[in-house]
Design a protein around this ligand. Structure first.
Ligand code: AMP
Ligand code: GLY
Length: 420
């Protein structure tokens, strides 16, 4: 198939890599330094939807796969479908499951899905009231898309009130902060479960655990994700069965009942509590980054066939096959991340890092400078390796990381390290 992937981060590099290996002819808009070595990169902007549709027509692709959430929320999938192009990605209406926290929380409540108790606040008084009701430990969320920065995990009522007021009054997130959701802070261990959905049925992908905090031991501020393990050994089949029956099944039934066109990835962010109950924190309506990196290196079935099936409203029969080995992705971030990021630092050693057949370095915030590869964003590279178990995969990933260097390079040393 001829497939156009929209985006240019580590997630899109992993998707292009998998699709290329499965024999598809892949283009990416805008692509990246890494994607350029395995696919054709087409210049373009993610905010120019009409131009993207034009590009898909010109390339006469069989399928468009949309990576990031913002173009989905803006209606890219709707526009492509209206032009008669098969697209893997939900409609703008369905993309609100990620695009609006209050929309998604109300959807969970309507369909009986276990999620933290919440209040939707649209005034100063409502914030004060919600905080008074919820106690001390809560999470404050700007309603709209805020590039992963609209969530503040709080340990006291004062902190929560301040976070809510800041979002609401100071417009820190622009229109994203005009509605604020305040909810109970759940404790437990996080799990990412992604499912490919054709609008009626879904197929769960290999599970992954994302480590979001910037420092070892899950310390420091949250980032977009500093490393992933697939599968996390603690996530049992029984837990996955509960995620299916208590979260994914009612979600898909709810989408159908409400007439929402969801042909894309339902990515459930799950918190597993001390008793082993799965709680739904959120949905994303696209592949996770950096979850996609280890999941793609483990996938043995033809990704293109599954994505095209979903896009056309009919998943293939049977199930996706997975490499029984584990995979670990270690993110290398630039100086200053997550508050800021450093650009233009020269990156050495990527080729050496990829010397082993079981290691792939996915590019994210990279650019090609005069002297070669350089940093161009917060999360720069995702060093991904397979191993017989998580500890072996982590050892292989860290061995590869040791050959890479750039000024101010930061990474966590504990991804998969406990063999989990
Ligand atoms: P969200 O965008 O809603 O997934 O939030 C981003 C991150 O914030 C999640 O991956 C969690 O680490 C954390 N988080 C969100 N909601 C909660 C909650 N109710 N309790 C504890 N942590 C949360
Ligand atoms: N890894 C978190 C995300 O993709 O949102």
């Amino acid at each position: 198939m001829k497939i156009l992937v929209i985006g240019g981060g580590g997630r899109e590099h992993a998707l292009c890599w998998r699709l290329g290996r499965d024999g598809h002819v892949v283009s990416a808009l805008p692509g990246s330094t890494g994607i350029a070595s395995i696919a054709t990169c087409v210049p373009g902007s993610l905010s120019e939807l009409t131009a993207i549709v034009g590009c898909a027509k010109e390339l006469a692709v069989d399928l468009v796969v949309v990576g990031p959430e913002v173009p989905l929320a803006e209606g890219l999938a709707d526009q492509l479908r209206a032009a008669g192009i098969a697209v893997f990605g939900p409609s703008a209406e369905a993309a609100q499951l990620e695009g609006s926290k209050s929309y998604s929380k109300k959807f969970f409540a309507r369909h009986g899905i276990r999620s933290a108790r919440f209040y939707e606040c649209q005034s100063r008084e409502e914030i004060v009231e919600a905080v008074a009701q919820l106690g001390e430990r809560m999470v404050v969320k700007a309603d709209g898309l805020a590039a992963g920065k609209g969530v503040v995990v709080c340990s006291s009522a004062d902190e929560a009130r301040a976070a809510g007021m800041e979002m609401f009054e100071e417009g820190r997130f622009g229109s994203a902060g005009q509605t604020v959701v305040i909810e109970d802070r759940l404790e437990g261990r996080e799990l990412s479960v992604m499912a490919i959905c054709d609008g009626k049925r879904y197929e769960v992908l290999a599970q992954a655990e994302d480590h979001k905090a910037i420092f070892d031991g899950d310390k420091g501020p949250n980032t977009g994700g500093m490393g992933t393990v697939s599968p996390p050994s603690w996530a049992s089949d029984a837990l996955l069965d509960r995620v299916r029956s208590e979260i994914l099944d009612p979600t898909v039934a709810g989408l159908v009942a409400e007439g929402l066109d969801f042909r894309g990835v339902l990515y459930a962010g799950i918190m597993v509590d001390a008793e082993g109950n799965p709680w739904l924190l959120e949905y994303n309506v696209r592949f996770g980054d950096p979850e996609t990196q280890p999941v793609m290196v483990r996938m043995k079935s033809d990704l293109g066939e599954w994505l095209a099936g979903a896009a056309n409203g009919s998943l293939p029969e049977g199930h996706i096959e997975w490499d029984s080995r584990a995979a670990v992705c270690v993110v290398l971030a630039s100086a200053g991340y997550p508050e800021s990021s450093s650009k233009g630092d020269s990156i050495e050693g990527v080729e050496e890092a990829e010397a082993s057949a079981d290691t792939v370095v996915f590019h994210a915030g990279c650019a090609l400078g005069e002297t070669g590869l350089e940093t161009a964003g917060g999360r720069v590279l995702g060093v991904t390796a397979l191993g017989s178990n998580a500890a072996a995969a982590a050892a292989a990933a860290y061995q590869a990381v040791a050959s890479i260097s750039f000024e101010g390079m930061q990474f966590r040393k504990d991804i998969g390290a406990r063999g989990e």
